[in-house]
Design a protein around this ligand. Structure first.
Ligand code: PRX
Length: 624
């Protein structure tokens, strides 16, 4: 598994935050002697609990219970707590649409909207605590309102990214057995309408889901004052949400997060890593359909009383300087985005950010995939103007919040290195046999339970135990990493059959299953090819049944079939037709050899193949 782990670092410079940043930072020192559980209990107590907890952690590997006797409500902690402070009239959300239209909500206004929808869901539709509600929406304020309304009444939200197809949405509706779907009349993308509601209709058209109600949230006219709505007291371990993510099988996993632990870490990490202050305008560019949008667009910033920017559009519409325009217009001070976006900005040229006043910025963040040192330096110089610390944050859907990064007021930054485990988090790089590596490469593991860890896979404990807890006695993250003499981690990427395309996780098996589903396809194998912008691009190798001819027209049809089955994010860049795939004598497809082909490396050991000759042909077809 770890044979390909190698270091490609070429940037040795280190960067230090300015003295003034260090002086004013939210976290200026770390108490290394502090007991870990005591530390987390202290963070948890910063939330508003209806009933206090007694036990910090109960750990029956691999099942954790944090703050178990405590009762709280996540939406209450994001909204109500601020209404009795100066933040009542502070902007909670500044939303900008594709066409430049702006809507803002103060904490009081957002609270009112959330209470209205919560009351409607409860009284009109009969949604109860523990029911699942799926949200399939564009990036409009109603999505945030929908998420918080669910949390307020104790319904478990399952947000499905608006770019997923009807068939992906149907799978997720079936798995979660959601009876209610929140959607919107229409979104827009690059000036064109996005038929979001039609996708929902298509997803439920075959009557094989449990959906009883489809609520078009943006056109729902809810009148009246509902601000006396009572937030449901939730046990700390009651589920807050399910979020589906790709794994190594064809079926996405519904990652389950609970209330108290998740919110403790969301609030703490936003405060510590983004150094959030009351005066900040904070912008996380992630879609709410991904974990980053959950934790760092909604729960983390709002529980800290931040002003959050939310943007519906794309970075290149109407022009490639749109993000810089948004930053200048709204005086964004903290900006959190993905390396794939940064690499696109680099390609589009330095003149575009230079046209804008970016002096409001004071901290930059990166997430989703390794940021190459060249992109890091560009981000630091062209966007941060050598003033703004960069936090390169490593984490996953499963970890719920940031695990490894630098604290901006304390640590030196090393381009390409995520940094160190956050206080309260213990990590290690392990050899395949579980021995810790003191310096060098191996497999990344989190060594002790943490509050925002996943509590399981929805309806599938066996898979949870197998995927995360069989490799080592500790949590296996699925990533390769190196650790150096100072304890800095560099994340090298996935070591399993999961691809990372433009910061999105895509399972090779999911793409393969959708290809095999296409008429005439006999077998398919998918691998990731290095891509300058997206990090990885999907290359599919396909064998056809007798009587079918692989040509450009068929390749196009198959690519659009994958897009229809999964969503545009899973589209293969190329399909290579081949009479056979490399297989061992027992019939196992050797993806590793296909990876060598797309990476332009010498082909590895073919002696175990039953059909070694096929590799030359595959290589020729790939290069042609
Ligand atoms: O491979 C790692 C990569 O993204 C994976 C998690 O994907 P997902 O659950 O979709 O969550 C993405 C947003 C948190 C990880 O296993 N990854 C995420 N952040 C980084 C990263 N790789 C390197 N550096 C990062 N900062």
């Amino acid at each position: 598994m770890s044979q390909n782990i190698e270091t490609l670092l070429i940037e040795n410079r280190q960067f230090e935050p300015s003295d003034i940043f260090k002086k004013l930072a939210n976290v200026t020192s770390i108490d290394l002697d502090k007991d870990r559980l005591e530390f987390w209990a202290e963070q948890a107590k910063k939330l508003h609990w209806f009933k206090p907890f007694e036990t910090v952690l109960e750990w029956n590997r691999p099942y954790a219970k944090w703050f178990q006797e405590g009762q709280l409500n996540a939406a209450y902690n994001c909204l109500d707590v601020h209404l009795v402070t100066h933040r009542k009239d502070k902007k909670a959300l500044i939303w900008e649409g594709e066409f430049g239209d702006v809507r803002t909500f103060t904490y009081e206004e957002l609270h009112q909207e959330v209470c209205r929808l919560a009351t409607y869901l409860q009284n009109e539709l009969g949604v109860k605590k523990g029911d699942r509600v799926t949200l399939y929406m564009p990036m409009i304020p109603e999505l945030v309102i929908g998420v918080l309304a669910c949390a307020r009444i104790g319904a478990i939200h399952s947000v499905v990214f608006g770019g997923f197809s009807a068939s992906s949405l149907r799978d997720r509706l079936q798995d979660s057995k959601s009876e209610v779907v929140l959607t919107a009349s229409a979104g827009t993308r690059r000036g064109k309408p996005l038929p979001i509601n039609d996708v929902v209709e298509e997803a439920v058209s075959q009557h094989d889901t449990h959906v009883k109600h489809i609520v078009v949230v943006d056109t729902l006219k809810l009148e009246g004052n509902f601000s006396s709505h009572q937030a449901e007291p939730m046990m700390s371990e009651d589920p807050l949400f399910i979020l589906y993510t790709s794994g190594t099988t064809g079926k996405p996993k519904g990652i389950v997060h609970t209330t108290g632990g998740y919110l403790t870490h969301a609030k703490y990490s936003t405060h510590a890593v983004f150094d959030l202050k009351d005066s900040d305008v904070y912008w996380c560019t992630a879609d709410v359909g991904w974990i980053t949008g959950h934790t760092y667009l909604i729960y983390g910033p709002l529980s800290n009383g931040a002003t959050c920017m939310m943007f519906e559009g794309t970075p290149d519409y109407p022009e490639q300087d749109r993000f810089w325009d948004v930053i200048e217009k709204h005086k964004v001070s903290i900006f959190y985005t993905a390396p794939t976006a940064i690499r696109s900005f680099m390609k589009w040229g330095d003149e575009l950010p230079a046209r804008h006043d970016l002096s409001s910025l004071r901290l930059l963040g990166s997430v989703g995939e390794p940021i190459n040192p060249e992109a890091w330096i560009w981000y630091y110089e062209q966007i941060g103007k050598n003033r703004c610390p960069i936090v390169d944050t490593w984490w996953q859907t499963e970890t719920g919040g940031i695990m490894i990064t630098t604290l901006p007021g304390i640590h030196l930054m090393r381009p390409g290195h995520a940094g160190l485990p956050l206080p309260g988090i213990t990590a290690s790089v392990l050899m395949p046999d579980g021995t810790p590596v003191t310096q060098g490469g191996g497999l990344l593991s989190l060594m002790e339970p943490w509050p925002s860890m996943l509590r399981g896979i929805w309806g599938d404990n066996k898979r949870y135990e197998e995927v995360y807890w069989k490799t080592f006695s500790t949590y296996f993250a699925g990533d390769g990493a190196t650790i150096d003499a100072d304890g800095y981690y560099m994340i090298l990427g996935r070591v399993d059959d999961v691809l990372n395309v433009a910061g999105h996780r895509i399972g090779t098996m999911e793409v393969e299953s959708s290809l095999v589903d296409f008429q005439g396809v006999s077998e398919a194998a998918v691998v990731g090819m290095p891509d300058d912008i997206k990090g990885q691009a999907i290359i599919a190798f396909v064998t056809l049944k007798d009587g079918y001819l692989g040509n450009v027209a068929l390749e196009k049809e198959m690519i659009s079939h994958v897009s229809k089955m999964i969503g545009a994010i899973a589209k293969p860049k190329r399909i290579i037709f081949t009479p056979d795939l490399p297989k061992t004598r027992s019939g196992k497809i050797m993806r590793r050899l296909l990876k060598d082909v797309v990476e332009g490396k010498p082909i590895g050991d073919v002696t175990t193949l039953g059909n070694p000759d096929v590799m030359t042909l595959i290589q020729e077809r790939f290069l042609s």
